[in-house]
Design a protein around this ligand. Structure first.
Ligand SMILES: C[S@@+](CC[C@H](N)C(=O)[O-])C[C@H]1O[C@@H](n2cnc3c(N)ncnc32)[C@H](O)[C@@H]1O
Length: 988
């Protein structure tokens, strides 16, 4: 059942507190259904329902909305361009890659092995703020019932004082996080003037309680030494900031859930139901006939996990948003957009929230009080950072935007001209194709918040000069706001699935952090709250940095991305050591300063190597011979590669490289298609490579539209789904993979060394360019293998992934901790697999089936007992040995009964022998690999990394422990030894 804003409004109108109001709302909310999975023992693999058919749950419930009377849908190109607005917002997009949990997107499937649910995203989101907000709300006055039609004046709130209390309270909460209200410059090398963060936009200006600064600020925002770099965040602590230190937490100024995740992620706390239920179950509209999240019945757009969340959002954002969306829906064109999402509304919703939040902030008492105290330098901090908006779009908007959007809005408001005609008319006004995403986003915004023509014009008016004071910085220009969103917007990602689930705008601290390819801080999300932590020692006065992009690329690739998206050239120690320009000399000083370990040998960039094309040589050359193939190619278009081993020379050209890349991409696509029953599936392109796979994954669970084509695609997505859909990849798929791997890396896959005789032709020449693709291929391979339960294939991919990551990241890096975490997950999976195979076999045994296990509580208990009995009966041999013994016994029994003729029996035996052989081989492989993983898991160095990069009692640390315990248990039941480092040392 939907939650009606009316019911809230009505309830609030007749009660004194919202708490009471919430109680009075008799059935506005169904109790969100928790996972219907039984609590699984942690040595068992959670089974997943692969039915993705109902993933469009929110649409199903929309039958009351008439979707037939809208004009024709906008064409696909326009849709694609709007999507590109979302993805081309540089800061927004690349931040997706920064979430360090995105290291192994492919492995995220294994998240169901996690047991520490209390750590899950969303549960603790925003800490206890739900309660504190409810407390605040308890003192609220009665509200005007919702039924009153909103007017233009409602862009401001009818009762600003009311909202300002929430704002004021929110500020108080934020302040209580800080140990001091403003930061002061304490750093000795602070040459330029430190800029304290203004109170309104930076109430947490700000040090963390958990910091080492004993009450003083941990950081300050001030100008960097480079003018072009602008401001940055510097350590203001008197001592070294140690890894794990929480530098700051920052609440979003405003945030929205992405269109794609609206029905699965709570719009207030960002709890993702997929975390609890697994993607496949969450994608269906309901569990046991009940909805998992509940939807606002007013606009039918946003979803919540419970009343508290709905009320909180209603007060802070949704009341006016809801009215706005409903007003917008009064136009058939807009109704089509809102109900069918023919245009992505994420950015438009974020903009609307931003506009309203700004209005509320301005109306709050705290703002009024503090505003008087803000000096000029503080005002600078509040200025809108000018970047991110595509130049072309800016120009287009200046020239035609206002007219076109105006016409667009007027046309469909009058409900006379269908969209197609509007587009035709307006195309004469300018380059509509290029600029329509922006125009449409603004059109949606205006349809929600701006009505009279004169206000629209003000709203659209572009401000060309950077704003220097608070008022104009938060001015009404659409471009100002969009810029703000582009500059300070972050994609909120789900830690576990690595999928972007929302968009939040931050204005206090995180937007002032500059980039480094070898950063000293990372950030993660807890709901919409961003947390910034130290990952290596930071000296007093040193700048705090994060990485805007995925660090796995070559210097040339990284710099290209930074240039394109952020318009600067990075001069961090990594860039200095591995210069993009091959003519520049590498400097190892800066890197050595960061990695102080005297034993640390800066490795040469492994991505710059190449494979010798001499078939009999096969040597893989490091970058000693050629420092930067990519860069040389970029400059000279041609490079001669001389193999350091055999002296063989090969010439490569840009064209050859491009051909290579094309071929590799084709092969990857073929592999994915083959794995999915010959059905085409797009591999989305992304600048952020960490995010690529997450996107592939996300695309597999895309909400299908209602056309028949997408219905036909469903079986394919179902195949990708849960573990129940066990399907061996076809021989062709495997061959596709091996071919792709060979073309990309120049080497056979680790599981096909015998099968692939030699590297052929000049294809194997320059692999450095294909590094990104090889990672993509391996991750896709792993992901697909896990989906299809082909563990041996998965195992080989995980070996390759591990090698790739080891080669790609240097020094202390959180990614290594994440890698260890996933190694542990793989080990868990494999151990569980061995257990599961045995359990299944035992269940199949007639002898065991006859036993009465009716006394046991659950199937799981029965499985366990069967397992124990079997193990007891057969001694301590491995599971596979036990199975073989049983099979042999059964064979003997079969032959002694003289069933069938001798020839049949012989054939059967041969067949069984073959099955047993494959089984033994694969399980032996698994066991060997598992045992090779175990020492890595408890490697003290890894344990330090896991612990420090997330704080002493960090999330990852506790999860890691949990996984190790689970692994130990699984290994114990599978009769495999777990030799920890500790035990090993004791034995020695
Ligand atoms: C989010 S802002 C960071 C704060 C910014 N420095 C300021 O003063 O507002 C991102 C912008 O800062 C600049 N920047 C960040 N890291 C940089 C670096 N390592 N070198 C040069 N400029 C950098 C770039 O102009 C980039 O587009």
């Amino acid at each position: 059942m939907d939650v009606t804003p009316q019911s809230i409004a009505a309830a609030t109108a007749t009660t004194t507190t919202l708490e009471q109001a919430a109680e009075l709302m008799t059935a506005p909310l169904e109790t969100p259904v928790r996972s219907n999975n039984r609590a699984k023992r942690n040595y068992r693999i959670k089974s997943r329902d692969s039915n993705l058919e109902d993933e469009d749950g929110n649409r199903d419930g929309d039958q009351d909305i008439d979707q037939t009377d809208g004009p024709a849908q906008l064409n696909q190109q326009e849709q694609a361009s709007l999507d590109s607005l979302t993805s081309s917002s540089p800061y927004i997009q690349s931040q997706k890659a920064q979430n360090i949990a995105e290291v192994y997107p492919g492995l995220a499937r294994l998240s169901f092995l996690d047991q520490d649910q209390d750590q899950g995203l969303g549960k603790g989101s925003d800490g206890g703020s739900v309660n504190s907000f409810t407390n605040v709300l308890e003192t609220k006055k009665q509200r005007r019932p919702f039924q009153q039609q909103p007017t233009m004046s409602q862009i401001t709130i009818e009762d600003p004082d009311d909202i300002s209390k929430v704002e004021d309270q929110k500020e108080k909460e934020m302040r209580s996080l800080s140990t001091s209200s403003t930061s002061t410059s304490t750093s000795s090398n602070a040459k330029s003037k430190a800029v304290a963060v203004p109170p309104v936009t930076s109430p947490a200006a700000m040090s963390s309680k958990s910091g080492s600064g004993s009450g003083s600020s941990l950081f300050e925002i001030r100008e960097t030494e480079l003018e072009a770099k602008g401001r940055g965040i510097f350590s203001a602590a008197n001592e070294i900031l140690k890894p794990g230190t929480l530098v700051f937490k920052e609440l979003g100024y405003c945030q929205v859930v992405d269109d794609e995740s609206l029905s699965q992620v709570c719009s207030t706390c960002f709890k993702d139901v997929r975390d609890e239920l697994g993607e496949d179950e969450a994608s269906s509209a309901s569990v046991n006939g009940q909805k998992k999240l509940v939807r606002c019945a007013g606009c039918k757009v946003v979803w919540y996990c419970n009343k508290a969340c709905q009320i909180k959002d209603w007060k802070l954002h949704h009341q006016l948003e809801c009215q706005g969306i409903q007003r917008s829906m009064s136009s058939p064109v807009m109704k089509e957009i809102w109900t069918k999402r023919t245009i992505n509304t994420t950015i438009a919703r974020a903009l609307c929230r931003l506009i309203r939040r700004r209005e509320r902030v301005k109306a709050s008492k705290a703002y009024k009080v503090e505003h008087g105290k803000i000096d000029n330098s503080q005002k600078q901090v509040n200025e809108v950072y000018f970047s991110g908006l595509d130049q072309k779009e800016e120009e287009w908007l200046d020239e035609y935007g206002s007219t076109w959007i105006e016409q667009y809005l007027r046309t469909y408001e009058q409900e006379k001209t269908p969209v197609a005609a509007t587009a035709t008319n307006s195309s004469s006004l300018g380059t509509l194709e290029e600029s329509s995403p922006l125009a449409k986003t603004l059109a949606i915004v205006m349809s929600c918040v701006v009505t009279p023509t004169e206000d629209r014009n003000v709203f659209l008016k572009s401000v060309r000069e950077p704003c220097v004071n608070v008022e104009s910085a938060s001015g009404d220009s659409a471009l100002d706001l969009l810029r703000k969103l582009n500059s300070y917007g972050f994609a909120i990602t789900n830690m576990e699935t690595t999928t972007a689930v929302g968009l939040a705008l931050y204005v206090q601290c995180i937007p002032f952090m500059n980039h480094s390819c070898i950063p000293n801080c990372v950030y993660t999300f807890r709901g919409s709250r961003v947390e910034c932590r130290v990952i290596r020692d930071i000296q007093p006065g040193e700048e705090l940095t994060i990485s805007y992009i995925d660090q796995i690329g070559t210097t040339q690739e990284r710099q290209k991305q930074l240039k394109e998206q952020y318009r600067f050239t990075c001069d961090c120690p990594l860039c200095k050591y591995y210069p993009a320009n091959p003519l520049a000399q590498p400097e190892d000083g800066p890197l050595r300063q960061i990695i102080a370990d005297p034993l640390f040998e800066p490795r040469l960039d492994p991505k710059q190597g190449f494979v010798c094309s001499n078939l009999s040589c096969k040597a893989i050359n490091g970058p000693k011979s050629i420092l930067a193939i990519d860069s040389q190619l970029a400059i000279y278009n041609k490079v001669e590669l001389k193999c350091s081993s055999c002296g063989h020379c090969t010439e490569i050209t840009q064209e050859l490289v491009q051909e290579n890349e094309k071929e590799a991409q084709k092969l990857i696509a073929e592999f994915v298609r083959e794995m999915n029953g010959g059905v085409e599936r797009q591999i989305p392109k992304s600048n952020s490579r960490n995010f690529e796979l997450a996107k592939v994954k996300a695309s597999s669970s895309e909400t299908p539209s209602e056309d028949t084509n997408s219905m036909e695609r469903k079986p394919a997505t179902a195949v990708i789904g849960g573990l129940k859909t066990v399907r061996e990849p076809s021989a062709r798929a495997l061959k596709n993979f091996q071919d792709a791997f060979k073309v990309i890396t120049g080497r056979p896959t680790s599981d096909s060394e015998k099968a692939v005789p030699a590297i052929d032709s000049a294809q194997s020449i320059c692999r450095s360019h294909l590094h990104r693709l090889s990672r993509q291929l391996i991750q896709i391979g792993f992901d697909e293998a896990v989906s299809h339960k082909n563990w041996v294939f998965a195992l080989h991919r995980s070996i390759e992934l591990e090698r790739l990551l080891n080669e790609s990241y240097i020094g202390h890096h959180p990614l290594k901790a994440i890698q260890a975490y996933y190694t542990c997950k793989i080990a868990n999976l494999l151990a569980n697999l061995l257990l599961e195979e045995s359990t299944v076999e035992i269940e199949d045994s007639e002898e065991e089936k006859d036993k009465d296990y009716g006394m046991l509580d659950s199937d799981d208990e029965a499985d366990l007992k069967l397992l124990r009995d079997a193990m007891r009966k057969n001694g301590t041999g491995s599971m596979q040995e036990q199975l073989l013994r049983r099979k042999r016994k059964e064979n003997e029994e079969g032959s002694s009964t003289g069933e069938g003729n001798a020839e049949d029996r012989r054939k059967k035996r041969v067949q069984e022998k073959e099955v047993s052989r494959t089984q033994i081989e694969s399980s032996q492989q698994l066991q060997r690999y598992l045992q090779s993983l175990v020492p890595k898991i408890e490697d003290p160095k890894i344990l330090v990394q896991v612990r420090t990069c997330w704080g002493k009692d960090g999330k990852l640390g506790s999860r890691y422990r949990c996984l190790i315990d689970s692994l130990k248990q699984a290994l114990h039941y599978a009769a495999l030894p777990f030799v920890s480092q500790e035990q090993k040392q004791k034995t020695i």
